[in-house]
Write a protein that binds this ligand. Structure first.
Ligand SMILES: *Cc1c(COP(=O)(O)O)cnc(C)c1O
Length: 232
């Protein structure tokens, strides 16, 4: 697959983001694209950066450590979007500008501790599991407000908003209620005006459903396949 293919795909994705944002009266600049590069080798990621990608999303700490080291000369932002094991927190705070997938106080406390050691305030999103699928990570909507309140008190953590991953549907429209529910929760928790708690970001939407997510208010879309092609 040549460079032009990736470039073309990226352009198509950006056009689709712009079109859907405009069609629902949103500023296309209010939707940031996270190019999900998990399983993609550093060369492909370099190509994506050369084509204009500025935020990369990774799921696995070990893989990300190697890739980020290899691409350290590029001024891009790396986001962690996968399930984070507590014992990997010390790497996560060194590598990532935003961690999308914090779903427990235990993990947040460890991130706080590790971020403190390197004098960093780690930005995070709280992942919410709206489908109640046991296999998925995320806090329940019922526990969200309490968790957010406790995390907001951690000195080296800055909560920026929420993330979710709905079940997979063939028809993206079916994911819509999950996205609108995340927005409702964001507004609800935001309205509680908890000190030191940001609720501006909504990380939702992937290759199959990002347009619907943008209609429902996504500020970060996490797109892999539509940019890089099928993963091996
Ligand atoms: C892999 C992954 C994505 C990207 O999925 P695509 O369907 O390839 O766009 C987005 N978010 C998370 C959490 C992922 O694990």
């Amino acid at each position: 697959m040549g460079e032009s293919k990736l470039r073309q795909r990226l352009k198509t994705v950006k056009d689709r983001i712009r079109k859907v944002a405009e069609s629902c009266g949103r500023d296309p600049g209010s939707v940031r694209l996270v190019a999900v590069s998990k399983t993609m080798p550093a060369d492909r990621v370099r190509e994506a950066i050369a084509s204009g990608v500025t935020i990369l999303g990774e799921n696995y700490i070990q893989e990300a450590r190697e890739k980020i080291a290899e691409l350290s000369e590029h001024p891009v932002s790396w986001h962690f979007i996968g399930h984070l094991q507590t014992n990997k927190s010390k790497y996560a705070v060194k590598l990532f500008d935003l961690i999308h997938s914090v779903d427990s106080l235990r993990l947040a406390r460890e991130l706080n501790k590790q971020a403190g050691k390197i004098n960093k305030v780690q930005e995070i999103l709280i992942q919410v599991n709206l489908s109640e699928e046991a296999s998925k990570s995320g806090t329940s909507s019922g526990e969200l407000k309490e968790l957010a309140t406790e995390i907001s008190q951690l000195e080296h953590i800055a909560v920026k908003g929420l993330m979710t991953m709905p079940p997979f549907f063939d028809e993206p429209e079916r994911a819509k209620p999950f996205f609108s529910e995340l927005r409702r929760l964001r507004n609800q928790v935001g309205a509680a005006a908890i000190p030191n708690l940001g609720m501006d970001e909504l990380s939702m939407g992937m290759t199959g459903d990002f347009e619907v997510a943008i209609q429902e208010g996504a500020t970060l879309v996490r797109i892999g396949t539509a940019i890089f092609g099928q993963r091996m």
